[in-house]
Design a protein around this ligand. Sequence first.
Ligand SMILES: Nc1ncnc2c1ncn2[C@@H]1O[C@H](COP(=O)(O)OP(=O)(O)OP(=O)(O)O)[C@@H](O)[C@H]1O
Ligand SMILES: [Mg+2]
Length: 466
Amino acid sequence: MSTKRRTTARILVADDDPTIRHNLATLLRSEDYEVVDVADGTAAAEQLSAGRIDLALFDLKMPGKTGLELLREFEDVLETTPVIVITAYGGSQAAIEAMKLGAFDYISKPFDLDEVLLTVQRALKQQSLIAQVRALSAGQRNTEPVPTDRFLGRAAAMLQIFKTIGRLAKTREAVLILGESGTGKELVATAIHESSDRAGGPFVKVNCAALSPTLLESEMFGHERGSFTGAVSRRIGRFEQAHGGTFFLDEVGDLDVELQAKLLRVLQTGQFERVGGNEQLTVDVRVISATNQDLNAMVADKRFREDLLYRLNVVTISLPPLRERREDIALLAEHFVRQLAEKYDWPDLTLSAEAIEWLELQPWPGNVRELQNALTRAATVARGRPILPDDFQSSTELAQHNREDEGRRAAGSGLPLKEILAETETRVIRQALEQTNWNRTQAASLLGISRRQLFDKIRQYGLEEK
Ligand SMILES: Nc1ncnc2c1ncn2[C@@H]1O[C@H](COP(=O)(O)OP(=O)(O)OP(=O)(O)O)[C@@H](O)[C@H]1O
Ligand SMILES: [Mg+2]
């Protein structure tokens, strides 16, 4: 059935069910692996301590020590010995927990022997790749100086953008930033502010898509007490708060037509009044706006005022999508991995050359943000060892498995849809929070929701840090 291997991997099989143990041992031996089989968790622990195991396959439910206990106890061993756990059919909780603890993969009973073999082969192949990457990177660590900038790029179009930002430093011209979602528009806005001579002043942001037109108007320009129901006191608007600094209008394509008119007047005269007020206010601000919409098409459709567009785009910066600057992918990926390694204290978390090649071939419709999220997910699969192409696959597969599992349970459970959704949502949110060590900002961005929405959900579902 297979060719003889020169070096045979030594595989530990631990299961209290004699039939399963026998079947697995026979299968693996027929493939020329060396097999050590034990019937309980205590014996498995002894074998793992002895340190001559290349791969372990064990049941989660065993007398002596459970599989999860073993994973916790042998956390260090997992770096060199991949573990495949066997779980009862249908349950997702134990499988999720095992993956979180660093298992390579899980197989649910009853299993298909071919599937077991494939998983074993995949795990061993990955382990040998990791060993190679480690050997390679041990020799070359810290040789190349790494840029410490927050905003990176080596593509020609990005260098051009850096230059433009530099040129804008001494002016107060309005800047319009265009680009697909996740290309770095907000980062450009911040960079313009920070490198300008207004850096000492405030940087104030308003998201035009987040509020209804009435609320947005008072958010931007403030209101006088009693100017509308709910306006119990005077409010200083964001525009006024930005005095001496930069006012960033995000998602400007979502600005309602009436507010477009008001904004235009402010930009033309430099003057405005608070909602319900008569006092003419003058402020000194630079306006930067951003959108992923095609404003020219919106002008043609009469959904965006042409005169306002002229005011906003005195200078236009267009961020190219990531797929059009593939030379930046490796640079950005290394940067994000370094951040993750620091944050989670995983000094060995690096990117293998194969992983970089894989990343460079992907289409990245969600651009830099999507790349960043993919790396965060893969890093939690790799847990401190070099990231391999498979890790991107397994992290999306894991997410998919959970979804399918959910579907199966939902179909048979007879629970009302609302409860099922709430349960799913709670689980996904908890996972994101745990994955980011309860960093709400990061968890929100991982989930693709705002911080506010996340806070509301945490309260709604009574989630607490354990
Ligand atoms: N050139 C870059 N160098 C380093 N990090 C980047 C770069 N471009 C984007 N990022 C990171 O990617 C993420 C998305 O960037 P940002 O929020 O600026 O994008 P955006 O275009 O405003 O997205 P959206 O349209 O979804 O609001 C951020 O975490 C940002 O720090
Ligand atoms: Mg943005």
